[in-house]
Write a protein that binds this ligand. Structure first.
Ligand SMILES: NC(=O)c1ccc[n+]([C@@H]2O[C@H](COP(=O)([O-])OP(=O)(O)OC[C@H]3O[C@@H](n4cnc5c(N)ncnc54)[C@H](OP(=O)(O)O)[C@@H]3O)[C@@H](O)[C@H]2O)c1
Length: 224
């Protein structure tokens, strides 16, 4: 939401897509520049392409696609439905959306795709195993596509945003720390987008946690 507001203020024509169209329409009223709203459920794999293409037509083409859609369940009981839902949205829906966007930008010869993974991509999570695994998948997938595009020396950029905790509905559970207001996170994400960076931790200080997580020995990690 906050990122859409910044983009609109910066004169981007924004297309807003998700399932709760009523919330998107409410957000649309707060945007200073022209915007469009589209119902898209990225877990419905057969419908994504048609819906994205319709939105692209309304926007008369796009230069930037941000894939922020995601769900996260605390799932200590390992309920299969919750694990599956997470994989359907965060892995299959995300990957299909990215696939459609890459092909669109390859045809156009330039473009920018931003995917929101998570600091959670770095290690497994005992309470939300499917969530962290899904973010590891998309982070690695974006790296693969980025590498393919860089080898071909194309003007297409793939940015992986790895947020720590941001104060939205998604930030659930005990022991959260450094929880950032969405306004600050959105400002930093916009700055990363403008620089077309490959990857970034949001907010910046989460890069310190990332180093700990990456290099912490397993025995220590299991005690956390
Ligand atoms: N907040 C955090 O602490 C945090 C940390 C790391 C990473 N992230 C990631 O940041 C991204 C944005 O999350 P947020 O923090 O802004 O939380 P949020 O407010 O809950 O946003 C999640 C968005 O995903 C959309 N969505 C969920 N399922 C969808 C589906 N099947 N099809 C289309 N859209 C769907 C939701 O809209 P509808 O429900 O209306 O479809 C909602 O707009 C997520 O990918 C999340 O994993 C968040």
């Amino acid at each position: 939401m906050e990122l859409a507001k910044i983009l609109s203020k910066e004169n981007y024509i924004v297309g807003l897509a998700a399932r709760r169209v009523n919330l998107l329409k409410k957000l649309q009223q707060e945007l200073p520049n022209l915007s469009f709203v589209k119902y898209i459920d990225i877990s419905k794999l057969d419908e994504i392409e048609k819906n994205i293409n319709e939105l692209i037509i309304e926007l008369e083409g796009i230069d930037l696609l941000i894939i922020s859609s995601g769900i996260g369940h605390l799932n200590e009981e390992l309920d299969w439905q919750k694990e599956k839902e997470t994989i359907d949205v965060n892995v299959l829906g995300f990957t299909k959306t990215l696939n459609i966007a890459v092909k669109y930008f390859l045809k156009k010869g330039k473009g920018h795709i931003v995917g929101i993974s998570s600091i959670g991509a770095l290690r497994g999570d005992p309470v939300a195993p499917a969530y962290d695994a899904s973010k590891a998948f998309i982070s690695n997938y974006m790296e693969g596509i980025r590498s393919k595009i860089k080898k071909a020396k194309l003007q297409i950029y793939i940015t992986d945003i790895k947020p720590g905790f941001v104060d939205t509905d998604m930030a659930k559970g005990e022991g959260l720390f450094w929880v950032m207001p969405p306004t600050i996170a959105a400002r930093q994400i916009f700055s990363v987008i403008k620089k077309k960076r490959d990857k970034a931790y949001i907010t910046k200080r989460w890069a310190i946690i990332a180093i700990f997580l990456k290099y912490m020995p397993d025995w220590m990690f299991y005690k956390l």
